[in-house]
Design a binder for this molecule. Sequence first.
Ligand code: GRF
Length: 196
Amino acid sequence: MRRVAILISGAGSNMAALVASMTADHPARPVLVLANRPGAGGLARAAALGVATALVDHRPFGPDRAAFEAALALPIAAAGADLLCLAGFMRILTGEFVDRFAGRILNIHPSLLPRYPGLDTHARALAAGDAVAGCTVHEVTRALDSGPILGQGRVPVLAGDTVARLAARVQAMEHVLYPAVLRRFAAGERGRLDLP
Ligand code: GRF
């Protein structure tokens, strides 16, 4: 059984979808939800779901990313987590941290990578006049938003879309894609999943 730590910074809707999926014959279980922001709504949500939580506020560490990550590693080790799922985790991890968990960190990104790495993905897709948008689950490597793609989910861009409306449509797909990819990944499958 794989032991999953989910790292969040915000509302935790992807976290909740992942936790809900890890039941019955799923090859993994959630052992920790870890946030870097005291106000992360996902912390209360995780506690309500019965998952252990931890908070490591990045701010007291200032620019010292290594010290922040050393603190981050403590609850991960204590929980015995062997797989990390970044789910709206808004801190860039150093190469040293990524290397320590090489091949064992997944991330969900709200665009069809390699289009639109980084921030403001929905605004950029709308500005480009894209007819299709979506999300990507990928392995985390040293290069930001560039690790091997494990799955993508596509949604249409509709006439009159705003960033909020498109984001909501993409998020609904995220909540399907991420659990589906995690299940396959935890079972040792490395093939790429495309939805729909
Ligand atoms: C998701 O859209 C994710 O793709 C992006 O941040 C958002 C997190 O939302 N990077 P939530 O915290 O999972 O609700």
